[in-house]
Design a protein around this ligand. Structure first.
Ligand code: SF4
Length: 153
C-alpha cells in the first residue's frame, strides 16, 4: 500500500547512497533479510526469573555470539525456523529493560527513579505507559517510509 502513497520511498531504496548508509534496513524492507528483533525472537533463553540484573546481563552477553552466528546463517540463506521459543533473547532484552526501570536510566536524563514502584522522573512516565496513537507514518523522509510511530500522552 505504501508503495502507491509514497513512490519516492520506493525509489529511495534503489539510491546507492541510501543502500550504502542503511544496507541492512534496505534488505529488510525488501524482504531479503530478517529484522534483528525477529532474529532475537528465534534464540531460546532459559532463566528462572530470580537472577540478578547483572546475571541477566551476563546471559545476554553470552547470547550475543549466538545471535551473530544465527544472523550470518540466516543472511546466507538458512531457512527461518518455523517455531519460536517460549522465552527468547527478545524477552530477555525486555526483562532487562524492566529491571532498568527500577533505577531508570533509559534515557539521557538518568533520573534513577524506581518506575516499577510508581516514582516519576522527568518524563512523568511510571510503570505503565499511556499511548495515544500508533500507526504506519507515511510523512517521513523517503528513506524511512513507512515508519512505525508511537505517540504517548
Ligand atoms: S526521563 Fe523518564 S525514561 Fe528518562 S531516565 Fe528519567 S524516568 Fe527514565
Amino acid at each position: 500500500m505504501w508503495y502507491f502513497i509514497r513512490p519516492d520511498a520506493v525509489s529511495a531504496l534503489e539510491d546507492p547512497k541510501v543502500i550504502e548508509a542503511l544496507p541492512r534496513y534496505v534488505d529488510v524492507v525488501k524482504n531479503k533479510k530478517l529484522a534483528k528483533f525477529r532474529i532475537c525472537r528465534l534464540i531460546p533463553v532459559e532463566i528462572s526469573g530470580d537472577e540478578s540484573t547483572e546475571e541477566l546481563w551476563n546471559i545476554h552477553k553470552k547470547l550475543i555470539n549466538e545471535y551473530i552466528k544465527l544472523e550470518k546463517e540466516l543472511d546466507e540463506g538458512k531457512p527461518i525456523p518455523l517455531e519460536t521459543p517460549k522465552f527468547s533473547l527478545l524477552h530477555l532484552k525486555a526483562t532487562i529493560a524492566q529491571r532498568i526501570m527500577r533505577s531508570c536510566i533509559l534515557c539521557e536524563r538518568r533520573c534513577m527513579k524506581n518506575r516499577e514502584k510508581g516514582e516519576l522522573g522527568y518524563c512523568k512516565v511510571g510503570k505503565e505507559m499511556l499511548v495515544s496513537s500508533y500507526f504506519d507514518h507515511m510523512g517521513e523522509e523517503p528513506e524511512i517510509v513507512p515508519s512505525f510511530t508511537v505517540y504517548d500522552f
